[in-house]
Design a protein around this ligand. Structure first.
Ligand code: AMP
Ligand code: ZN
Length: 465
């Protein structure tokens, strides 16, 4: 099935036409590992993971590359301020390398709990310095960069399509950076550093030799260099949050296309923010929640994933605890249902699951409409609808994209002591000893087994504590 995606470049929904179908090269901007990530960051990574899974579900073969920014991201977009990694080092008393290692590890363990598929290539900026230097060299050879006292800057006025991603005409794009402090040596407000020199008075922890002097790469150059290294000079999909449209991604395009003269990316897909109390969740804003914070409140990472899937990726998602509670109970119901069906659905699914899955697929293919896809799943579970075997088939297939862990630890057999209690309760009901049956139900509930009476007899669900 075709995949339709809203392309930020054209501002329309377009059919994905991969360069080498069915392969799809996909680059997603990874975290700057100077601090814990917040759940806003994870909203973006969840949407990107759903996109990757959705593409695979539709028959494409995505190849996913993600970077880890472990050097060069300054505290200001104006190429002033300090390197966030060095700031993190000063804050924690560790080295910049240790800081990067520590937060990369926490990112990877969070990602696992969120069921984010590991990228095919996870590349660190510090592991690809020669490639970045080489790209700057190419830009220099084309006369696109100039030297100032603190680094090498890209002259955005020399790249005619500059600002296209913002939908701004060239001159406006170039003025776009005017809101950031204008360094006196910059030729245009939107010019940005591709290589920064180490300060003369202080030794940096992370620095490298280059043809222009000792220093470190600008933040944007790593993504252009690594995306092209691993996916080729032109590739299919590049993702990130909407905050990256005006600066980071606009500059990535200028660097890549300035050097190669070829289109860098076919489709740019941007996810909207997670907001809390009407404000974008951001580390710098101080009010942010980590994944651990919501886990400590008794929610699973996958409850948060469910919450994210209830909003279209191009709409803001307002984080509230009530919303997360709703997501938790909805996911709980899906888990219970999956468990019950896995244990007792009988017979083949027949043709009944197909139209439901076709609907599910059509939503996924329509610009990754996950709220629609979820609704299709819920419809399938309505009482009086399709057979249990068909429901099971729907849940199993849908979870390849939803990745809500519906079948992760499905219990089909109970431990013998619990089975004895269940048998006793069934017996008590048969002999209409309701006092005993209620007592046994409570005893089972205390041990995590929920019993439900149905016209087909007693059914149970095991819940993890
Ligand atoms: P950063 O480490 O700041 O580059 O952010 C990592 C990713 O998270 C980027 O794709 C950002 O666009 C995204 N991001 C940052 N803040 C939010 C937010 N509040 N909601 C959704 N995505 C965000
Ligand atoms: Zn990037």
């Amino acid at each position: 099935m075709d995949m339709m995606l809203f392309n930020t470049l054209s501002r329309t929904k377009e059919k994905l036409e991969p360069i080498q179908p069915p392969k799809v090269g996909m680059y997603t901007c990874g975290p700057t590992v100077y601090n814990f990530l917040h759940v806003g960051n994870y909203r973006t990574y969840i949407f990107e993971d759903a996109l990757r899974r959705g593409l695979a579900y539709l028959g494409f073969e995505p190849r996913h590359v993600m970077n880890i920014t472990d050097v060069g991201h300054l505290t200001s977009d104006a190429d002033t301020g300090e390197d966030k990694l060095e700031v993190g080092a000063a804050r924690t008393g560790k080295t910049a390398w240790e800081v990067a290692e520590f937060y990369t590890k926490t990112f990877l363990s969070d990602s696992k709990r969120l069921n984010l598929l590991p990228p095919h290539e996870l590349c660190r900026a510090t592991g690809n310095i020669p490639e970045q230097i080489e790209l700057v060299r190419r830009l220099e050879a084309k006369g696109l960069v100039y030297k100032t006292s603190d680094g090498l800057y890209y002259d955005t006025s020399k790249f005619a399509p500059y600002g296209r991603l913002m939908g701004a005409p060239h001159q406006e794009g170039i003025r776009g950076g005017a809101r950031v402090e204008l360094s006196p040596e910059k030729r245009n407000p939107s010019d940005f550093a591709v290589w920064k020199f180490s300060p003369k008075d202080r030794q940096r922890q992370m620095e490298w030799d280059s043809p222009w002097g000792r220093g470190f790469p600008g933040w944007h150059i790593e993504c252009s260099a690594m995306a092209m290294k691993y996916l080729g000079e032109s590739f299919d999909i590049h993702c990130g949050g909407v905050d990256h449209i005006p600066i980071h991604h606009t500059n990535e395009i200028a660097q890549a296309e300035g050097a190669t003269g070829r289109p860098f990316v076919r489709v740019w897909v941007h996810g909207e923010f997670l907001v809390m109390n009407k404000a974008k969740m951001a580390k710098s804003a101080g009010s942010f929640l980590r994944l651990q914070d919501i886990e400590q409140e008794g929610y699973s990472a996958l409850d948060f994933r469910y919450l994210c899937l209830t909003a279209h990726y191009r709409k803001q998602l307002d984080f509230t605890w009530e919303g997360l509670e709703g997501a938790k109970s909805a996911r709980r119901r899906l888990l219970d249902r999956a468990q019950l069906l896995a244990r007792q659905a009988k017979g083949p699914a027949g043709d009944a699951a197909r139209p439901i899955l076709d609907r599910f697929k059509a939503y996924v293919a329509d610009d990754l409409d996950m709220p629609g896809a979820l609704a299709a799943v819920w419809d399938a579970l309505k009482p009086g609808g399709v057979s249990e075997a068909a429901q099971l088939a729907v849940l199993r297939e849908a979870d390849h994209v939803l990745a809500l862990g519906l079948f992760e630890d499905v219990q089909t057999v109970l431990s013998p002591d619990l089975q004895v209690l269940l048998d006793q309760r069934e017996q008590a009901r048969k002999s209409k000893d309701f006092a005993a049956s209620d007592r046994l139900r409570k005893e089972l509930a205390d041990k995590g087994i929920l019993v439900e009476d149905t016209p087909q007899g007693q059914r149970w669900i095991q819940r993890k504590p």
